[in-house]
Ligand binder design. Structure first.
Ligand code: PLP
Length: 388
C-alpha cells in the first residue's frame, strides 16, 4: 500500500495514547467553549488576560476599524511579503509602540512566535557559533537551532551550573555564543532565573535571547514580562514575545537593537519569504498593545487565582509544577492522564492531556492554563474531582 509507513505510525500513536486530532469548537466567549452539544469551562487556552472572547473588545475592534477606515485604506490582506508591498504604515506604528514600551532601540514584528524563533535564531546563529539552550525550550526554538547550522547543546532544565560548565568547556572554541531560554516555560509553568542568565552571558561574552511567550501581558507592572519584573529589559539582547496568547491576536515581536533589526530584515527567511500579517490584524494588535500596560487588575487577579488553585492542589496531595498561571498536574502515565481529562470533561472542564513527545516520557500531565476572566468559584472543585 502506498502510504503504509504513515498508516503504521498512526496505529502506533493510537496504541500508545499519543494520537492527536482536531476538535471543532463551535463558539467561545470569555470563559467557555461550545463543543458538540455541550459547554465547557476553557482551561486549555493561552488567553491569559481573558481578552480574546471579550464581547466589548470585539465590538471595539469593529468600531475602531470603521472609525479609522482601516479596511478602506488597507484592504483585506497584505497580499505580499513586508519587503514587497506588504509593509503598511500600521506595521511601523506597531513596531514604534513596542520599542517605546520597552524603551529599547527597535522592535521587529513576525507572523507568529514560531516564525520569530525560527527566523531570529536561524539568521543570527551560524556555522562556527555555539548555542546553549534550556532542555525544555519550545519546539520553535529547537527548529530554529536545527536550521541555523550552529552547534547546539541543551543544558538541564533551569540548571545554570550545567550551563556554566558547558560555557567553560566550549566558549573559546566558537566565534559567537548564544544562550536561549524561555522566561515562563510553557509545559512546566516554571520561571527562568533571568538575573543568572544575564550574569553568565556577560561573563562569557554571549548573546542572550529570552522567549517571553507565556509571560508577556502577565508579568511585570506594565505586563512586559519577567524581564520587566526583574528590571532586566536593557540587559537582554533579544526579547521575543507573542501576540497569540495574552494579547488576543496573532503574530509576534522581537525587541532588539537597530543593527540586529537591519540584519534580520535582510537575512531572516521566515520574515522575508512569507506574506505579511493582514493590516486589519496589525491594527488590532496595536490597540491591544496600548491597552496591556493598563491591565494591572487583571494581572493581580490572575496571580491570586493561580496561587489559590496551586494551594488547593497541594492540599489534595496532587503533584504540580511551576509558579505561574500555567499549572501542570503530573500523573505520569498516558492512559491515567487521558482518563482524568475525560472525567473532568464530563464535569464540564476542558483540560486537555499533554503527553510525550510534547513532554518527557513518564511525565504526562494535565496542563491547566488560567485566565483573568475566571473566578475562584469556576475552578475551586477541580482538585477534589481529580483526587476522587
Ligand atoms: N514560544 C513559546 C515558548 C511557545 O510556547 C509558543 C507557542 O506555544 C511559541 C513560541 C509559538 O508562538 P506562536 O503560537 O505565536 O507561534
Amino acid at each position: 500500500m502506498k502510504y503504509c509507513n504513515f498508516f503504521e505510525e498512526l496505529e502506533k500513536l493510537k496504541l500508545s495514547s499519543q494520537y492527536r486530532s482536531f476538535k471543532s469548537i463551535i463558539a467561545r466567549n470569555e470563559k467557555y467553549i461550545d463543543f458538540e452539544d455541550k459547554r465547557y469551562l476553557n482551561l486549555s487556552s493561552n488567553d491569559y488576560l481573558g481578552l480574546a472572547g471579550n464581547k466589548d473588545l470585539c465590538q471595539n475592534l469593529l468600531d475602531s476599524l470603521s472609525n479609522n477606515n482601516i479596511l478602506q485604506k488597507f484592504g483585506l490582506s497584505s497580499s505580499s511579503s513586508r519587503l514587497l508591498t506588504g509593509n503598511f504604515s500600521i506595521y511601523d506604528e506597531l513596531e514604534s509602540e513596542l520599542a517605546k514600551l520597552y524603551q529599547r532601540e527597535s522592535s521587529l514584528v513576525f507572523n507568529s512566535g514560531y516564525h520569530a524563533n525560527t527566523g531570529v535564531i536561524s539568521a543570527l546563529c551560524k556555522r562556527g557559533d555555539l548555542i546553549l539552550c534550556d532542555k525544555q525550550n519550545h519546539a520553535s526554538i529547537i527548529d530554529g537551532m536545527k536550521l541555523s547550522g550552529a552547534d547546539f547543546f541543551r543544558y538541564k532544565h533551569l540548571d545554570y551550573q550545567h550551563l556554566e560548565n558547558l560555557l567553560e568547556q566550549k566558549r573559546d572554541k566558537y566565534k559567537q555564543a548564544f544562550i536561549i531560554s524561555e522566561s515562563i516555560f510553557s509545559m512546566d509553568g516554571d520561571k527562568a532565573d533571568l538575573k543568572k542568565l544575564v550574569d553568565l552571558k556577560n561573563k562569557y561574552n554571549a548573546i542572550l535571547i529570552i522567549d517571553e511567550a507565556h509571560a508577556f501581558g502577565v508579568f511585570g507592572d506594565k505586563g512586559l514580562g519577567v524581564c520587566e519584573e526583574n528590571s532586566l529589559i536593557q540587559d537582554i539582547d533579544i526579547i521575543i514575545g507573542t501576540f497569540g496568547k495574552a494579547a488576543a491576536s496573532i503574530g509576534a515581536f522581537a525587541i532588539l537593537d537597530n543593527v540586529l533589526k537591519e540584519y534580520l530584515v535582510n537575512k531572516s527567511r521566515s520574515l522575508i519569504f512569507t506574506t505579511a500579517l493582514p493590516p486589519v490584524n496589525v491594527f488590532w494588535t496595536l490597540n491591544i498593545i496600548k491597552l496591556i500596560p493598563e491591565l494591572k487588575e487583571q494581572r493581580k487577579h490572575l496571580n491570586e487565582l493561580s496561587n489559590a488553585l496551586r494551594n488547593s492542589f497541594q492540599e489534595c496531595g496532587i503533584k504540580i509544577l511551576g509558579e505561574s498561571q500555567i499549572i501542570p498536574a503530573i500523573f505520569g502515565d498516558n492512559d491515567v492522564t487521558v482518563k482524568i481529562s475525560e472525567k473532568l470533561k464530563y464535569q464540564g472542564f476542558w483540560i486537555l492531556p499533554i503527553r510525550p513527545p510534547t513532554v518527557p516520557v513518564g511525565t504526562s500531565r494535565l496542563r491547566i492554563s488560567l485566565t483573568a476572566a475566571l473566578e475562584w468559584d469556576d475552578i475551586k472543585d477541580i482538585a477534589s474531582i481529580i483526587r476522587e
